[in-house]
Design a protein around this ligand. Structure first.
Ligand SMILES: [Zn+2]
Length: 131
């Protein structure tokens, strides 16, 4: 089901009714401008990656162990979109807090990206009891 902004008149970012019309996009969709948060949005999005819960679904599918292409097939969006979203999701993850009185299992993996003289180290630590 598609809820159009022209029907509700509510900004999807700040949930206020301060929207004004702001011309049309290349695809002849009405564009709106919010006077409160100064962001633009269009009447409705055709591409399924623009839905609000897409990032949550990507996180859920990665936890289930699905690959990039299978996530793209299930959500019906492009694989490059999945990769870009994973990078943005990963940048928002805060650094973990390590406590000195707990026991951790640490493992490392050495790999390289494009050049073998610039190795990348991936280190992960799992707290033994809570995992
Ligand atoms: Zn707004």
């Amino acid at each position: 089901m598609c809820i159009r902004i022209s029907d509700t008149g509510i900004c999807p970012y700040c949930i206020t009714k301060n929207l004004i019309k702001n011309g049309f996009t290349k695809n002849k969709k009405q564009q709106f401008y919010c006077k409160s948060c100064h962001k633009r949005c269009i009447d409705y999005y055709s591409y399924k990656a623009c839905k609000r819960n897409t990032n949550a679904k990507i996180i859920q599918f990665i936890k289930e162990g699905l690959g990039i292409r299978s996530i793209a097939r299930v959500l019906q969006i492009a694989t490059t979109t999945i990769l870009k979203r994973i990078i943005t999701i990963a940048k928002k993850i805060p650094n973990p807090i390590f406590y000195s009185n707990k026991v951790y299992e640490v493992d490392e993996m050495r790999c390289y990206l494009k050049r073998k003289d610039k190795p990348i180290w991936i280190v992960y630590a799992i707290e033994r009891k809570t995992k």
